[in-house]
Write a protein that binds this ligand. Sequence first.
Ligand code: ATP
Length: 231
Amino acid sequence: MILKLEDIHGYYGKSHILQGISLQVAQGEVVTLLGRNGAGKTTTLKSIVGVVAPTQGKVLFQGDNVAGLPPHKIAARGVCLVPEHRGIFKLLTVEENLTMAARKESAWGLEDVYKIFPRLKERRKNGGGQLSGGEQQMLAIARALMTHPKVLMLDEPVEGLAPVIVDEIVAQIKLIKATGMSIILVEQNLEVCTQLADRHYIVEQGRIAYSGSNQEFLADDGVKDRYLGVN
Ligand code: ATP
């Protein structure tokens, strides 16, 4: 297992949001965190990168407990979160956004990310603020790759995007998966999730209410209705 969470608890102020999250991700695996709004999915990702410090439990990354380390130390080990609101630099060009994220030891150079995201190569001289929403999302993922992650976490990567762009980003995530990347995906679009994932977890009120392989999830008609309110 490249990443393992054991009984993680987390708070916002006095609100006990994460109430014992346990999950694991194998090398090269794509897992999703599903669940209703407010269930604690984003907070789980934040607890992994140290933005929300867990008050209890372990975050084992390659066997070391990183819970309690500051976010920059966890990032330096290779755990990278692409947040929901993208956070690219609008006044810098596409290429500047990419090169400023680059790390010397990274296996990912500009040409590697341009191979996955050819649109970014076409737009490399454009400012980040001139990109469409879909292109900004691609840039956010590409920039994360430049930091040489070992675990990539994507928070709602296709939210609000047109179906044709969603398909493009799904294909790009598949290419990233094919390189052996371990990925945690938080996403409301179930079709996207089932196209990409090996396994799914459902988060409910800060706990894992369900886990199963993609095949088990697809075959279980009740599960979506019970936990997600869809079918
Ligand atoms: P969503 O899809 O709505 O983002 P989520 O499962 O990712 O759902 P979280 O964002 O993890 O949910 O939020 C879990 C709970 O924590 C919610 O009740 C939310 O209102 C609360 N919460 C989130 N961020 C903060 C914050 N910065 N301060 C206080 N409470 C917060």
